[in-house]
Structure formats: C-alpha cells, structure tokens
Design a protein. Structure first.
Length: 425
C-alpha cells in the first residue's frame, strides 16, 4: 500500500496535479458555502459550545502547555512525521476570525480547511463528521467568543510523500467518507445519545481501534483495541471482558470511571488519564450515563488466547526480589493493594493483558491518575526507569503477571527495550 501511495503521489506531482486539482477532488457532496454568516449567538449557545469542546477534548491538541488556550502549535507525532495543531482563536490572520460557521462545519464534517486544503486526519474528522451541524455551530460560537491570539500556525513536518495534498487526497479516497449520526429506532434514546458521543465528539475509536499501515482505523474491528501510534500505549479493547470491556460492570461504576478516573474495578493511566482530566470528568450526569450505557452494550468480542511463554524459575525469583524491594510496600506482599489507595495486582486484568505494553510503561514512567472533582488527591506510582534496568523490569513485570493466580505470557527484555526506545527513554 505504501508503494502504491508513493507511486500515485509521485505521478500526480510529475503531471502537475497537486493541491489545485485536489480543490475539486473528493468533494462528495460538499457543495458551495455561503459567503456571509447569519448564525446568531447567545450566552446559552456559547456555554453549550464550551461544554461540547470539552467533550471533544479540543483544547488538549490545540494548546501548547503554558501558552494561550486554543492558540495551536502543539506537535502531534505520527508515524509519518509531526502535524502541528492550528490556531482556533478568533484572530483574523492566524486563527478562525475570518471563518464562517459554514467554513467551520466543512472542517468538522468534510476535513477541509477554509481555503480548500485537505486536513490531515490527526484532526479526527473521520469521527467528527458524525457531529451534527447544530453542535458544530455551538462549538464555533464558543471559539469565536475567546480572546484572539496572534499566534502564527506552524508548518507540518511530514515526510514525502505524506506531506503532499496528492497523497492525502488518495488517502481520503480510500478511507474517508463524510457521514452523519443515524439513530437506531430499536434502541433507547439514552443508547443513541451514547453512540453519538462515543463515535462522534468523543472519538473513542481513534485510539481503541487498530490502524493499518497508512494510519486509517479498521472500522470492521472497532473497539477491539490497538497500540496508539508513537505514544506506545496500548488502548485496550472496549468490547472484551479480558481487557477493558464493561458489560458486566454496574452502570454507575462505568460513570465513575469516566468522571473520576477510578472505579471499584480499576482506574485509568497513561493517555486515558489525560482524556479524563481534560474531557470526560466534565460530562453531564446524563451524557456520562449515556456513554456508559452504550459502552456496556457493545457486541462482545472474544480475543484469541496469547501464545504461552511462561517465565523461567530464575526470572520469577529475580522478579520476586525486585517486587519485595520496590513494590510490596504499596501493593502488598500478596498483590492485594489497598482499596481506594493502591490498586491490586492480583486479578488485575490490566496487568495480565495479552499485550504487556501498559504494565511495562507503568513501571518505566510511573502511573498517575487524573485529579478530578470526584478524586481530587489521587495517589501515584513513581517511575523506576532511572533505577531498574531492562532485565529487572522484564523480571518484575513477568513476576506480577504470574503470581497470586495471575497467568500471562512472560515479558522479555526486548519488550522493555522497545518501550524505552519509542519514547527516547
């Protein structure tokens, strides 16, 4: 597929078919846009737009730490290079000050900028295309209410041919079609609301679905889990009881996980902790419950058993010593943890998942729950990457994955090395 994309983009460039031609390609029903904006604002609409922008976690990508909110410039690493988020403040030159609500809708729904350029799907328009025009307009009005920030947009740093509009046009032709939310009349209004939030603004499938070599989500495997590109955290399957499925949970516990980051059955770490901190903790009671109801109703997906590779006795002995020295004081000699303070390792499905990436990353860089209104002073786990070598980390993770009744494949030093390597640790 990569060779095909390279060949097509190279031929198009040689023929002089580039960005200009792509202005008229891939329209798929976009039609003309009005030149004037007749949308009327109100405090209620602005407040709704602020809420919806939190649901979509827009600030996380469009804000550089320590800089003005929504002024853009954050580098989003992809396997093809770095995409820099755009300025969404109402600055007339660098932001969306000159945009109409129709321009903004086209970006959300069609993945196309005001000037006609195709947008990179690091901006998750494959999900946002499901957002209604009314909600898009509310977000637009909220962004227009912000103070303008004269922050120039940073150019992307993508490798050829991924840096070309031609290649992006081919990608869209293969993997993107504008959509719209379709209510299921056989389901409740609450389920349909949850489906809209999870699949649209919440863009949950963007992480919890495997991607192909060109970075497109495999819709036929939605919610079955996948490694988040570059970040190297595994987003577990949301439809598998052995990973992050919640069908057997009480609905209130699912709501607690979304709102507080912690529930009796588990807690969030890594990228999901940021999602809870910046986004889902602000969900209304009704929307949090709707998302929970939808996630609980996902069609179960049974994952095939992992290939057995039990750790050796010497590995378990070494891992046990590391555990006694560094872990037992919090997680307990029998891995039981302390309820509400330190999570148990015994019977913890996050520990024994087929893919050991997350437990390795937790040992390397620590584990930190988000501070939320429902859990304002969460406990954290310190990092051990500066104390333990690859062999010790492989041994202790293998130990906790195969003690107190836990059973999971051994972790090798190559697994730890890859985790360090991909994050420059």
């Amino acid at each position: 597929m990569k060779r095909i994309l390279w060949a097509i983009s190279t031929v198009m460039a040689a023929l002089g078919i580039g960005a200009a031609a792509l202005m008229v390609l891939n329209l798929r029903g976009e039609g003309g846009l009005p030149t004037a904006d007749t949308l009327q604002t109100s405090p209620a609409l602005v407040a709704r737009g602020e809420y919806l922008s939190r649901v979509g976690n827009c600030m996380a990508c469009h804000t550089v730490q320590g800089a003005a909110p929504y002024a853009g410039g954050r580098g989003i690493e992809t396997p093809f290079g770095v995409v820099h988020s755009s300025n969404l403040t109402p600055d007339a030159l660098h932001g969306i000050g000159a945009w109409t609500s129709a321009d903004f809708w086209r970006a959300m729904h069609h993945g196309r900028s005001r000037d006609g350029r195709l947008l990179y799907p690091a901006f998750p328009y494959p999900n946002y295309t499901q957002v209604t025009r009314e909600d898009s307009d509310a977000i637009y009005l909220y962004l227009k209410s912000l103070p303008p920030v004269a922050e120039p947009n940073r150019p992307h740093a993508l490798r050829f041919p991924y840096s070309t509009q031609a290649a992006l046009g081919v990608w869209r032709a293969l993997f993107f079609s504008p959509g719209s939310p379709q209510a299921d009349p056989a389901r409740t209004a609450e389920w349909n609301r949850g489906a809209y939030l999870v699949n649209g603004l919440g863009h949950c499938t963007a992480c919890h679905t495997p991607r192909n070599a060109l970075g497109a989500s495999n819709d036929s495997q939605a919610f079955t889990g996948g490694l988040i590109p570059v970040q190297n955290w595994y987003a577990p399957a949301l439809n598998a009881a052995s990973e992050a499925g919640v069908a057997h949970w009480a609905t209130g516990d699912v709501v607690a996980l979304l709102r507080n980051g912690v529930a009796p059955q588990g807690s969030v770490l890594g990228p999901m902790a940021e999602v809870v901190f910046r986004s889902t903790q602000y969900l209304s009671d009704a929307d949090a419950r709707a998302m929970a109801v939808y996630l609980q109703a996902l069609v179960p997906h049974e994952l095939p058993p992992a290939a057995a590779s039990s750790p050796s006795a010497s590995t378990l002995q070494r891992g046990g010593k590391v555990y006694d020295q560094h872990c037992a004081q919090c997680h307990g000699e029998e891995g039981a943890g302390e309820p509400g303070v330190f999570p148990p390792l015994k019977g913890n499905r996050a520990v024994v998942m087929r893919d050991p990436t997350n437990v390795v990353r937790a040992v390397l860089q620590g584990g930190y729950l988000p501070a939320t209104a429902g859990n304002p002073r969460p406990h954290g786990m310190p990092p051990f990457q500066h104390i333990l070598g690859d062999e010790d980390i492989a041994a202790v993770t293998s130990f906790v994955r195969n003690s107190w009744g836990n059973r999971a494949p051994a972790v090798g030093t190559i697994d730890v090395y890859r985790a360090r390597e991909r994050r420059g640790q």
